[in-house]
Design a protein around this ligand. Structure first.
Ligand SMILES: [Zn+2]
Length: 213
């Protein structure tokens, strides 16, 4: 399974092959939104095959051929991807930011996966959820499964990105002492937690190591 194109928890907003006013009469990929971090990374190793050449409705977009010969499209990105056709990309490499370009109503990632080395509209589509584990955020730690997490006696600062967590700056909130959370991944020594606060689910990284079991 590929890792998530996001760096933190995301949620699906439109399902694969949902019927509607799309050109083929159905949705050719899935839509997902990340509420805490807009960065998009490569979900696996591959080679860039197209940049902004699949049609204006996709807005800023990128297609890459995975090393296992699928085509993956990220659409509606905030900016033109900084990578070039032919460039090798590595899983986890930053490709751009979730955006609202092209036929898009609100920032989201539209992702398509095709069982084909070359992308073509509506060609050999597969459900992205069949190849992406949306709760996998790192390739370095193997298959990290959700674990329970219990804070100690002092509050923990929560960070939006691994870089901020490692540098211990730009906190986006904090967990109360002894508040429970679910640890869903580990990246570069920082734990990605989801927790409930004020009735909503939040996600962020903490550097605390003692609370995971
Ligand atoms: Zn879509």
């Amino acid at each position: 399974m590929y890792r998530s194109p996001f760096q933190t928890i995301s949620r699906q907003t439109t399902a694969f092959k949902k019927k509607g006013s799309w050109k083929l009469g159905y949705h050719t990929g899935i839509d997902r939104v990340c509420d805490t971090n807009r960065i998009l990374v490569a979900c696996t190793d591959g080679t860039v095959t197209r940049v902004n050449s699949c049609g204006a409705s996709y807005g800023n977009h990128i297609v890459f051929r995975t090393d296992d010969n699928r085509s993956v499209l990220y659409a509606h990105m905030a900016d033109k991807p900084a990578v070039k056709v032919g460039e090798r990309i590595r899983s986890g490499q930053i490709l751009g930011r979730m955006g609202n370009t092209g036929n898009s109503y609100g920032a989201h990632l539209h992702i398509e996966v095709q069982n084909s080395k070359a992308w073509g509209y509506g060609k050999k589509l597969i459900n992205p959820n069949s190849v992406i584990n949306w709760e996998k955020f790192s390739d370095k730690e193997g298959d990290f499964m959700s674990k329970s997490w219990k804070n100690g006696s002092t509050p923990e600062k929560v960070y939006q990105t691994v870089a901020d967590c490692k540098a211990k700056k730009n906190s986006i909130g904090s967990l109360d002492a002894r508040e429970s959370a679910t640890c869903v991944a580990i990246a570069d020594g920082c734990y990605l937690l989801t927790y409930s606060a004020a009735g909503t689910t939040k996600a962020g990284f903490v550097a605390y190591a003692g609370g995971v079991k």
